[in-house]
Design a protein around this ligand. Structure first.
Ligand code: UN1
Length: 499
């Protein structure tokens, strides 16, 4: 834990986090990493009042200045990248390279947001009335609630936080109760930068540790015009209903059940590598993980045969060790969910390869061999998302059938087609193609860059975070009309003359 010491300079001291009922346990070996207190209702209410007061000051700071704060935060994250990555590995069990990649995502979105802070463009609109002009202005929205999942304990917060901050909002963050420490480390870095930034008010960013009820408070709190929530569809449905009940806005990034299609012309080497990373990487615990695979009949034996060999050779074990590609599952319930999904698949006639527990000497975590399940047709278990490395494999005959299969689930996050056939690729990307928020050609469904809008349709929740124009969700749009004519012509030619 040597590199973690570098965070002491900004006030994050793991050794001091020993009190409270939110317990962080490393999935690597079950060791308790630290404990933090859960936030009670009274503290919660005060925290939101303070965050709202911070918003009232922050919205007056010019956007490029707000960008400067995010630039400094990004610099701090760069400096502490090894420590932050180490913490992700310890708390979530990601292999070193993927943990570093997650921190890189934080850095990338900060860079993106800095540029964006000078580009919060609105439109000018031609008025139908003489001597009038119209324009759209984007104003800061308020205090933004951010609820995140364990699997990307830094990146997903940063997509929301970096944009919300440059848009002029204050932020409150409820991290997963499985990852309280990564949240505290990032928050300490931001706090350190904020403290030394004269324009930044106190309480611009707040962390609210806790379980489900804290998320419920955020969802029901009319002081928060926007709640951004990442996690299960079940959680998102609760949040969406509560937020809608008070006419707030929610931005949801929920379950995925992402498919890959391997077409007749696919490059086999590329396909096998893309599938293995997308399905087994991160121990199958990305929202964008490939969970279903449609292979053209003509390529089935070759591709699936190689895939089974690749899976058998995957090094599963201590994520800190060089050469490990698959770390542990997050916890015991994740292991149980995987085993019961495999059992259901067997009962549905599936052929299961892998999926068994792997003993890693000296480590008391939940390590598994990623599983491949060959199925004759989709069934209840392949239609739902199990947050574990299980890949359901099907044969297909026509690209239309494969696309229909891709679209035949309730989730709509990410999708991918491996092909060298231009016509198939374009069909997949067309209005009749993939119905997901993300559609890729010749790469897997996971590992998106921050520059694109991230999110999906249907039960994935419809939200878009990160790049492109996702920033608009964090602002309020105002349509403005100015009359500089001295007369008062009414729109649509309406006459209303008074003496
Ligand atoms: C998630 O799993 O919640 O596209 C986010 C990816 C990552 C982010 C995943 N950039 O796989």
């Amino acid at each position: 834990m040597k590199s973690l010491d570098s965070l002491k300079a900004v006030g994050f001291d793991l050794g001091a986090l020993t009190q409270g009922d939110i317990v962080s346990q490393s999935p690597i070996n079950g060791q308790t990493l630290g404990q933090v207190p859960a936030c009670g209702r009274v503290d919660y209410d005060q925290a939101i009042d303070r965050a709202v007061a911070a918003f009232h000051r922050w919205r007056r700071v010019p956007a490029p200045r707000r960008g400067e704060l995010v630039r400094l935060f990004g610099e701090a994250v760069r400096r502490h990248k090894p420590a932050l990555a180490e913490l992700i590995t310890l708390e979530v069990g990601k292999i070193t390279s993927e943990a570093a990649g997650e921190v890189q995502e934080v850095i990338d979105i900060c860079d993106f947001a800095v540029g964006l802070s000078r580009q919060l463009y609105g439109l000018t609109i031609a008025s139908e009335r003489p001597g009038h002009h119209m324009q759209e202005r984007w104003h800061p929205l308020g205090t933004v609630g951010i609820i995140t999942a364990f699997n990307f304990p830094m990146a997903v917060w940063s997509w929301n936080a970096a944009l919300a901050l440059i848009c002029g909002n204050s932020i409150v963050w409820k991290p997963s109760e499985k990852t309280p420490l990564t949240a505290l480390a990032l928050a300490a870095l931001l706090e350190d930068v904020t403290r030394n930034f004269p324009d930044a008010p106190a309480h611009l960013s707040t962390v609210l540790q806790g379980r489900r009820e804290v998320g419920e408070w955020l969802a029901g709190d009319a002081r928060l015009p926007l709640v951004s929530a990442t996690g299960s569809t079940r959680m998102g449905r609760d949040v969406a209903v509560k937020v809608a009940g008070r006419f707030g806005r929610s931005l949801l990034e929920l379950g995925g059940n992402n498919a890959m299609i391997v077409a007749p012309t696919a490059n086999e080497d590329l396909a096998v590598r893309a599938i293995t990373f997308a399905a087994a990487g991160t121990a199958g615990q990305r929202c964008t993980t490939a969970r279903r695979l449609f292979v053209h009949t003509s390529r089935y034996d070759g591709v699936v045969g190689r895939l089974k060999r690749a899976y058998a050779s995957l090094s599963v074990g201590d994520p800190r060790a060089a050469g490990t590609l698959v770390g542990p599952l997050i916890d015991e319930p994740a292991f149980e969910a995987m085993q019961s999904a495999l059992q259901a698949a067997r009962e549905a006639g599936g052929h299961v390869h892998g999926g068994e527990r792997i003993d890693v000497p000296g480590l008391k975590g939940h390590y598994v061999r990623p599983a491949i399940v060959e199925l004759a047709a989709p069934c209840a278990v392949s239609d739902r998302e199990t947050f574990a490395p299980i890949l359901y494999v099907f044969r297909y005959e026509s690209i239309e059938d494969a696309i229909a299969g891709n679209n035949a689930v309730m989730q709509g996050l990410s999708s991918s087609l491996i092909t060298r056939d231009l016509m198939e690729a374009e069909l997949f990307l067309s209005a009749e193609g993939s119905d997901c928020g993300i559609a890729n050609i010749n790469i897997g469904p996971s590992g998106a860059e921050i520059g694109g809008a991230f999110g999906g349709e249907k039960e994935t929740g419809g939200g878009r975070e990160s790049g492109s124009d996702a920033w608009k969700a964090y602002m309020r749009r105002q349509t403005q009309t100015v009359n500089y004519s001295g007369a008062l012509p009414l729109a649509q030619g309406v006459k209303f003359d008074v003496e």
